[in-house]
Unconditional design. Structure first.
Length: 141
């Protein structure tokens, strides 16, 4: 069974301290209501002293599960083909119309550019510059 790293043990200690603080600041009336509801539930079996004495923390019983829970990634999953951020200068009226088209406008611009590069745009006004080459702007870089 894998042992917990120092960081994982520190995280467990932090969570344990938070749980203790929550227990100390619990509202007695709310606690009494929960206990009364549990006693009224015919499916809830009360814990005996012997059962409580046998209980151990999850990280001692199944450390691999506790460690996996501590190592889970937060936030959005990584994309297999992540987008790249670029700076692009466009006319203000073009940006205004794109934004006015609603949520997802950047995704739509990406799809329009992808189709244009694939040659689906049609013949009129089509660029003569092959993909991958830069047209000369007349300025020195």
């Amino acid at each position: 069974m894998p042992d917990l790293t120092r960081a994982e043990q520190a995280e467990l200690d932090r969570r344990r301290a938070k749980a203790c603080r929550l227990i100390e600041t619990a509202d007695p009336a709310a606690d009494a209501a929960v206990v009364a509801a549990a006693k009224a539930d015919p499916d809830a079996r009360p814990m005996t002293g012997a059962a409580l004495a046998r209980m151990r923390p999850a990280h001692e019983v199944h450390p691999e599960l506790a460690a996996a829970g501590l190592r889970r990634r937060r936030g959005r999953p990584r994309s297999p083909s992540p987008k790249q951020q670029v700076t692009l200068r466009l006319d203000a009226d073009v940006i205004a119309r794109l934004r006015a088209s609603g949520a997802g406008w950047q995704t739509r611009v990406n799809e329009l550019l992808r189709r244009w590069l694939a040659g689906e745009r049609g013949g009129a006004g089509r660029s003569k510059v092959p993909v991958g080459e830069q047209p000369s702007s007349g300025r020195r870089t």
